[in-house]
Design a binder for this molecule. Structure first.
Ligand code: BES
Ligand code: ZN
Ligand code: ZN
Length: 500
């Protein structure tokens, strides 16, 4: 989609549709809306007076201009109450308007830049938000559908600025919004891909392409090197599958020193059958999304490389497939992780924490300032938080706060869970140093406590995205399927660390 910033009057723009926001509870029309209303002989104020346009969030009204202005349609999107406006509402409104128009076959759309002094949104943020909403909202994954789509795509989006002075800032916003949305869409593409097209080897292939496109340093450790490093936990999970494991390391060096400022670690289980502790077959197909954390960190570092903050970042993905077979690990087995810690396997379905144990142990050797891991780790996190917010856990409150703030900026909701010492009790084993599953209660917390054993004192945060990585229905700018969460949070975090 081509996105352009143009200065001028909305009544003069030639396009398939002009999208304009409308606040709930507005009496008279003002600004751009009043000018368009006049040009349409009062059609908008008539609809408002009839109660047909209310301005509620999610409301979309399409009015045909019938030649009264150069734009073929005027689309009024509800933004809810003015005092409750958030950037995320704007993202959602733009996404829904674009999807609605795309379904009608419109391929050229113009949107009025939101903001100005009244609602305190800078031109740059306004354009970034509109761009994100549009690019995230019209995303689709049709790679394996041979039938032609019922409608085309929006090819051109123009952001209309009332002042020429804002053009440069608006353009910068478009650029940043594009980088963020394209990264989230890259993660979505990887996650939506069926597991036979997104094996550990394929994941390494994507990392290779990203490294080439954005000049990142890439290392992929093979099984033999993992054996030499003593990654017994990761290799244990991998041993049930014919797909060879890959340990992917991407490096972005934007800071002066050789130190790693931020290490991102993402769970890359390309398919989680549960292994010998096999999962029920219903919805097992959804377990292709068990590499969402890995996809997110690869996508995030691609955006970081494009935005070039002054910081050093590594993204690490332990990539494996979890299958049952004659060579698979079994409940009761004991594995030794890279740190030398021994782990009793209670369930082969708690495999995420096993591969992350080795990945966290590995990354900790690089002595990073901060570690953030991202994983579809526990079904229990979905029970606790649903698919609305990601669970966050950590050993450093300041870093937890920063991650939550980076998420808020992205419109990605994150909720902190407790890490009381008392929960650790559940992970105690009688035959090894630790076991991979605790009792029934507090699943997401005992999983996080397990991970904490492998990061030492390094400030670390764990994001459980089991509920937020995949949606079974469309919601605002999140389409059905992979969401791309928390790619934009991770990028915002890197930018914030670089700026501090
Ligand atoms: N990948 C799953 C977690 C998951 C479940 C993500 C459903 C998304 C949707 C993870 O590997 C797993 O199976 N966890 C087990 C842990 C249990 C054995 C302690 C779970 O949540 O059931
Ligand atoms: Zn599992
Ligand atoms: Zn899993």
């Amino acid at each position: 989609m081509e996105i352009k910033v143009i200065a001028g009057d909305a009544t003069q723009v030639e396009t398939g549709a002009i999208v304009i926001g409308f606040f709930e509870g507005t009496d008279g029309l003002d600004g751009g809306l009043a000018t368009i209303d006049k040009a349409l002989d009062g059609a908008i104020s008539w609809l408002v007076s009839q109660g047909e346009v209310k301005g509620k969030t999610g409301e979309i009204s399409v009015i045909h201009s019938l030649g009264k202005i150069p734009a073929a349609r005027v689309v009024i999107v509800g933004l809810g109450k003015r005092e409750e406006l958030t950037l995320d509402r704007i993202r959602g409104a733009v996404a829904e308007a674009c999807r609605c128009l795309q379904r009608k076959g419109v391929d050229d759309v113009a949107v009025g830049a939101v903001g100005g002094d009244t609602i305190g949104i800078t031109p740059e943020i306004s354009a970034q938000t509109i761009t994100e909403g549009a690019l995230l909202g019209v995303y689709s994954f049709r790679k394996h559908i041979t039938k032609e789509a019922e409608h085309g795509e929006i090819k051109k989006l123009s952001i209309i600025s009332r002042s020429k002075d804002d053009i440069r800032s608006l353009e910068q916003g478009v650029e940043k919004g594009r980088v963020l949305a394209e990264a989230a869409n890259l993660a979505r593409d990887m996650v939506n891909e069926p597991a036979n097209y997104m094996t550990p080897t394929n994941m390494a292939g994507v990392a290779e392409k990203v490294a080439k496109d954005y000049s990142l340093e890439l290392t992929v450790l093979e099984k033999k090197e993992m054996q030499e490093l003593g990654m017994g936990a990761l290799l244990g999970v991998a041993q049930g599958s014919c797909q060879p494991p890959k340990f992917i390391v991407l490096k972005y060096s934007g800071g002066g020193s050789g130190d790693v400022d931020l290490a991102l670690v993402g769970k890359g289980v390309t398919f989680d059958s549960g292994g010998i502790s096999i999962k029920p077959s219903a919805k097992m197909d959804e377990m292709k999304d068990d590499m969402s954390g890995g996809a997110a960190v690869i996508a995030a570092i691609s955006a970081i490389a494009r935005l070039k903050p002054k910081i050093n970042v590594v993204a690490i993905v332990p990539a494996v497939e979890n299958l049952p077979s004659g060579s698979a690990i079994k409940p009761g087995d004991v594995l030794t992780a890279i740190t030398g810690k021994t782990i009793e396997i209670i369930s082969t379905d708690a495999e995420g924490r096993l591969i992350l144990a080795d990945a966290l142990g590995y990354v900790n050797r690089l002595k990073p300032r901060f570690i953030v891991d991202v994983a579809t780790l526990t079904g229990a996190c979905i029970v606790a938080l649903g698919n609305i917010c990601t669970g966050v856990f950590g050993n450093n409150q300041e870093l937890v706060n920063r991650v939550i703030a980076a998420g808020a900026e992205a419109g990605e909701l994150i909720w902190q869970m407790p890490m009381f010492e008392e929960y650790k009790e559940q992970n105690k084993s009688e035959v090894a140093d630790i076991k991979n599953v605790g009792d029934r209660g507090a699943g997401p917390i005992t999983a996080a406590q397990f991970l904490a054993e492998f990061v030492g004192d390094t400030p670390w945060v764990h994001l459980d995205i089991a509920g937020t990585s995949f949606n079974d229905k469309e919601r605002r700018y999140l389409v059905k399927g992979a969401t791309g969460v928390p790619v934009r949070t991770l990028v915002n975090l890197a930018l914030a660390i670089a700026a501090s």
